[in-house]
Design a protein. Structure first.
Length: 722
């Protein structure tokens, strides 16, 4: 590919996209640029796909789960073959549009800066593995796109996102003369069956008189219309779905339909880059019934795939068709189902879903004490939001009216809003608004405001989709609020069972850290404690109760209490564990507990340790050398009432650090626990002398994970210098 010469910015990208489509044999794709905040990828030019299908792709949140966002985030080419691979790798996206196609997504990088992304599409018959030549062509093309975007920025005329991307037509394979055109028309009209042509948007561009007669209409009445919109008896999502399947997979497909007079017709669709040719013929009743039954299962005629990264339909341009609304609602529902807590839902709505509707700004409000309270916003200034935060529901404002009435309100222009609520937009620079009530179980819980920076006409399907989105968001918020309430109670219980302050002991420094699991709302069973036995003796304990539930937390409290009681009574380490074990087996809670007990003699600078199936501690010597303490095995508490526990003695010279921890600190999916423990020992060995800073460094190994499935406890002990 030859680098383009400077010309109009739009023409450069148009030519680049057309060339990469031609050289990679892709049937469609688009060039995306990053918004100023770097949070959204916005398409500036698309080709080879209908506008009704392209608009949902127009904006992709950078934090979204999908190939385009992933490619740009990670700076690498993402290839997804056909045969359902996209649905397997990105199941939530697989609900958006269930069709079979392959795709490649590549970052657009130039001058050490990421400018956007490149997306390309192939038919569903494409191989699962990308060919090296095609991969090189894509990477070369993304480099030229990056150079074009960088040059535009350096010239002071950056290519910025637009409300609607340009749709570039795919060049015709060959030009025809007028004589050829007339001959083609004569040829089709001689055929006994009817035929018509649809453009990529599904509109009829040509139909023979026979075809018009077969469907019960006329040529003038049908030209420029979509069949399922012009013919009431074709007004079925299944028939539109067949058209969309042909467009996306580039595979021929068919369906049968019955006219009101019981005449069955068969429709055969043959797609290419320019549109779809349709053959219309009479069909027998039996064939028609069988075909209708097959058509009632959209997945029967096309392998399941999906659109990449679409979070929701973008505003402006082509509104989603009815089938598009159905698929997008399924996608929205799946996305919101994944959000657990209220902050998760707010972040998803504000940062990903709402902006993908094409809105310039979004604000989410919750009802609290008969007032609207701001919970999150994007695109609005702080002063604009301050005016609405805390407004009474009785106020004359569209957001309040939407909440109290339960009805959404759409305003296509400032004049429309002014006519209904004068002054409502005085401090709002936007030009169109959608006020969506959030109603769950029949009660209002808030309002979502979408604002557009130019006049925006809300079509029927778009209103239906936005209204449904409001309902889904309300259910997600209501569910998340319940989750947060239960989670808060569980966390409070967990906190009440752990020591708030460790006792102060002369000659012994101690610090502890506890990290709750970030997945699930149940409390963990990890615990630790430090018990002052006398002026020169202390006992340290750490343990982990099986399971993550209120029952596990309650058992953890019982174990901690039992260990403390036996320790204070003067029992030796092995006896402390044996007596606690007998108590647990008598209680028979159905849960097992690991426990490590350490009795420290500060005067003799020695420690006596016993374990009940717990991970051995790490010992850092004064010189920095770190080792795992070899412990005699011991059975988990709560299994065998006659179990005995052997103890060992170790020396603790001044400045020795003893690290006790639970498995949450070293267990990682796909990582050997011994390797992880060795890594932890290395961090401990090289760590600072400050005990608190050292504890932070060790727990930082677990903290970056956003999906911790287990809680974590760490307990550090150090004998002070003489």
């Amino acid at each position: 590919m030859v680098a383009p010469k400077e010309s109009g910015q739009s023409e450069v990208l148009d030519r680049l996209l057309s060339r990469v489509l031609r050289e990679s044999d892709a049937y469609g794709g688009g060039i995306y640029v990053l918004t100023a905040g770097g949070q959204v990828l916005s398409a500036v030019v698309l080709a080879g796909v209908p506008s009704s299908l392209a608009m949902p792709w127009a904006r992709v949140g950078m934090s979204a789960s999908g190939p385009l966002a992933e490619a740009v985030r990670e700076g690498r080419l993402v290839w997804v073959g056909a045969e359902g691979e996209l649905a397997r790798r990105y199941p939530r996206i697989g609900l958006a549009l269930p069709y079979s196609f392959a795709l490649a997504a590549a970052p657009v990088i130039s001058g050490q800066r990421t400018w956007g992304g490149l997306l390309l599409l192939w038919p569903g018959s494409h191989p699962l593995v990308i060919e090296p030549e095609r991969q090189r062509a894509i990477q070369k093309a993304s480099g030229y796109v990056g150079a074009a975007l960088r040059r535009a920025d350096e010239s002071g005329r950056p290519i910025l996102p637009t409300p609607d991307p340009r749709i570039v037509p795919v060049p015709r394979r060959r030009m025809v003369t007028q004589a050829e055109s007339l001959a083609a028309v004569d040829f089709t009209e001689r055929l006994p069956e009817g035929c018509c042509a649809l453009d990529l948007d599904g509109r009829i561009t040509f139909i023979t008189p026979t075809g018009a007669e077969l469907v019960g209409s006329t040529v003038p009445a049908l030209l420029g219309t979509r069949p399922w919109e012009a013919l009431p008896w074709l007004d079925d999502p299944v028939f539109e779905d067949r058209y969309r399947s042909a467009v996306m997979s580039r595979h021929p497909t068919s369906f049968t339909a019955r006219r009101p007079d019981d005449l069955w017709l068969s429709f055969e669709l043959y797609p290419d880059a320019g549109g779809i040719s349709v053959r219309i013929a009479r069909s027998s009743l039996a064939e028609g019934a069988a075909g209708a039954a097959a058509a009632a299962e959209p997945g029967a005629a096309a392998a399941r795939g999906s659109l990449p990264d679409a979070a929701a339909p973008a505003g402006g341009g082509a509104a989603p068709t009815r089938v598009g609304v159905l698929y997008q609602l399924a996608h929205l529902a799946a996305a919101l189902t994944e959000a657990l807590s209220v902050p998760d839902v707010i972040k998803l709505v504000v940062d990903q879903i709402a902006p993908s509707f094409g809105a310039h700004a979004v604000a989410l409000f919750a009802v609290q004490a008969d007032k609207l309270r701001l919970r999150g916003h994007h695109g609005y200034g702080a002063q604009e939001m301050k005016r609405l935060d805390g407004v009474a529901l009785s106020a004359e404002h569209p957001a309040c009216r939407a909440v109290t009435s339960g009805e959404p309100a759409f305003f296509a222009s400032r004049r429309e809003l002014h006519d209904v609520c004068p002054g409502a937009a005085d401090e709002d620079s936007n030009q169109a608004w959608a006020f969506l009530p959030l109603v769950a179980a029949g009660r209002p819980i808030g309002c979502c405001v979408l604002a557009y920076d130019r006049p925006h006409v809300f079509g029927h399907d778009e209103r239906a989709l936005l209204t449904a989105f409001g309902g889904l968001a309300a259910q997600a918020l209501d569910r998340a609020h319940l989750y947060d309430t239960k989670s808060g109670l569980a966390r409070s219980l967990q906190a009440s069972l752990l020591p708030h302050v460790l006792p102060s002991l002369t000659g012994l420094q101690a610090t502890a850290r506890y990290l709750p699991a970030t997945r699930g709302m149940d409390v963990g069973g990890d615990f630790y404690d430090l018990v002052r036995l006398d002026d020169t003796t202390a006992a340290a304990v750490i343990g982990d109760v099986q399971g993550h539930s209120v029952t596990a937390a309650a058992l953890m409290g019982q174990v901690r209490t039992a260990v403390r009681a036996h320790a204070i009574a003067g029992a030796a380490p092995g006896d402390v564990l044996a007596r606690t074990n007998r108590l647990l087996t008598d209680l028979n809670p159905g849960l097992f507990t690991s426990c490590l007990y350490v009795q420290i003699d500060l005067a003799r600078r020695r420690a006596c340790l016993a374990t009940a199936g717990h991970l051995p501690p790490l010992l850092r010597h004064p010189g920095g050398r770190t080792e795992s303490v070899a412990m005699p095995p011991g059975l988990l508490l709560g299994i065998d009432p006659s179990a005995q526990y052997e103890a060992i003695d170790i020396e603790l010279p001044p400045d020795t650090v003893l690290a006790l921890f639970t498995d949450g600190l070293v267990e990682r999916p796909g990582t050997d626990i011994e390797d992880a423990t060795a890594d932890l020992a290395a961090v401990l060995s090289e760590g600072t002398h400050n005990l608190d800073a050292l504890a932070d460094a060790l727990t930082r190994r677990a903290r970056p994970s956003p999906d911790r499935r287990d809680d974590t406890a760490l307990f550090l002990l150090r004998l002070a210098s003489a």
